[in-house]
Write a protein that binds this ligand. Structure first.
Ligand SMILES: [Zn+2]
Length: 172
């Protein structure tokens, strides 16, 4: 697919710049420095169950993930996580603490990072949107049978499952 200059609209050519392959405009000198996209998401638990959404759109149609989405250019990541959770699940949440940062390189929309937060439900009602097939709280046993998304959604859920298992062992 041919790409065009953001500054002057001429077709870009591919060249080595600073030791990396980049798209360059031979006309005006503009260089396309590609960067990771920033997303934010939430880990919401209730009675040992995890809040998950089943995607109703591509990529990863039919697979499950914790509510998350891209951070707008003028938005704080934790605000984006709260907004995306409401848009994707109908639940209002408040952020408790930062959990971890995940990177991914398997999304056709581009490479990115996800900032994941622990959050608690403060209001709202579980609602299915046009972009989701199902939404709800699921037990570790149920989740083990569910297909998970890429873009680190699978690793986020597996890390939660592992931390739950470690917690159960401690309590034995
Ligand atoms: Zn140009």
């Amino acid at each position: 697919m041919e790409h065009y200059c953001h500054e002057c609209g001429k077709p870009l050519t591919i060249r080595m710049v600073d030791g990396r392959v980049r798209e360059v405009c031979e006309d005006c000198g503009w260089i396309n420095y590609e960067q990771r996209k920033v997303s934010a998401g939430v880990r919401v638990q209730s009675d040992g169950r995890l809040l998950l959404v089943q995607r109703g759109i591509e990529p990863w149609y039919g697979s499950w993930y914790m509510p998350a989405g891209f951070v707008e250019v003028d938005e704080e990541p934790d605000q984006a996580a709260v907004r995306e959770t409401f848009e994707e699940t109908g639940l209002q949440v408040s952020i408790k603490k930062f959990v971890d940062v995940y990177t991914y390189s398997d999304d056709p929309r581009g490479n990115g990072i996800v900032l994941l937060y622990d959050a608690e439900v403060t209001g709202g009602e579980l609602t299915i949107t046009s972009e989701a097939l199902q939404v709800g709280f699921y037990s570790p046993e149920e989740i083990k049978e569910m297909p998970l998304t890429g873009a680190s959604g699978d690793r986020q859920v597996r890390d939660w499952l592992n931390s739950r298992m470690a917690l159960m062992k401690e309590q034995e």
